[in-house]
Design a protein around this ligand. Structure first.
Ligand code: ADP
Ligand code: MG
Length: 266
């Protein structure tokens, strides 16, 4: 009576709605075998983890799926237990605006576990914005912002606080879709409380933190809202950066800026 909730491939009900998983169904871990995972390149390194692009190729003929595989960086403070919690969190999330969990892969004789996720070809929002700086219109920025809000609304409905909402942790799936990623610092708010209080601060992205998180170590949906404000700032910075081009002829005119804003309201 097991149901594979995280079968590889796209979600059968991919219509833009986010659903709560059926908590009463037993979940089966999709285990990927390490010997069939072939590393293609490094996708990124964050504070705690490193993520590789791999092909899972059991037949060894390049027909296997591309996947993103995250593992703990060995020189970091975060422990395997923290990473197991991150895996547990992402495996419980089912939303079009959240990066999809595919399974796990044991390595070093089961001493360590890797997280296998869907691969998002455009990488993080930071990199995407840098690359497409000239042709990302305001309309697209606002679309991305609304998708992040939808993903966060879903996370909130599950009582999670993300605690690391930043453009580096938003991934771009296509020119019209972004997803929230990196649940390494995510916590559940206790049912009788409105916030989660951190006891061991550790390494923290404090430039994204709300005042109450810095001073009282309190994290809530509203502290995630503060971080979202920083994401918007990172996001709209790209428009401001155009105004600050060193060569004056590269700066947009007021009329083109005006067009850009007006078109985004259509
Ligand atoms: P950390 O917990 O160390 O910050 P992240 O989960 O944020 O690790 O991943 C680090 C970086 O790897 C991201 O900023 C992004 O550039 C890249 N990355 C992570 N997951 C994926 C993915 N599924 N597809 C493509 N790139 C990814
Ligand atoms: Mg990260």
């Amino acid at each position: 009576d097991y149901e594979i909730l995280h079968a590889t491939g796209t979600h059968p009900k991919s219509d833009g709605f986010c659903r709560r998983p059926n908590m009463f169904k037993k979940q089966q871990q999709d285990v990927f075998e390490e010997r069939y995972l072939r590393c293609i390149s490094i996708l990124g390194k964050g504070n705690f983890g490193s993520v590789e692009l791999c092909r899972y190729d059991p037949w060894g003929d390049n027909t296997g799926d591309l996947v993103a595989v995250k593992e703990l960086q060995s020189n970091k403070q975060a422990t395997m237990a923290d990473f197991q919690r991150e895996i547990q969190t992402i495996s419980s999330l089912h939303c079009d605006y959240i990066v999809k969990y595919k399974g796990i892969c044991y390595s070093a004789g089961r001493l360590s576990t890797k997280l296998v996720m869907e691969y998002l070809p455009y990488g993080s929002l930071i990199g995407y914005m840098e690359k497409h700086r000239q042709n990302v219109c305001t309309r697209r920025l606002l679309l991305f912002a609304s998708q992040i809000c939808k993903g966060m609304e879903y996370l909130q409905s599950m009582r999670y606080v993300h605690r690391d909402l930043a453009a580096r942790n938003i991934l771009v799936a296509s020119d019209t879709l972004v997803k929230i990623a990196d649940f390494g610092l995510t916590k559940i708010i206790p049912v009788d409380k409105e916030y989660y209080r951190v006891t061991q601060p550790g390494e923290s992205p404090i430039f994204w933190y709300a005042p109450e998180s810095v001073s009282e170590l309190k994290f809530s949906h509203k502290s995630d809202v503060w971080s979202f404000g920083i994401v918007l700032h990172e996001h709209l910075l790209i428009i401001m950066m155009q105004c600050w081009e060193f060569n004056s002829e590269d700066r947009p005119s007021f009329s083109s800026l005006q067009d850009m804003f007006e078109n985004s309201l259509l």
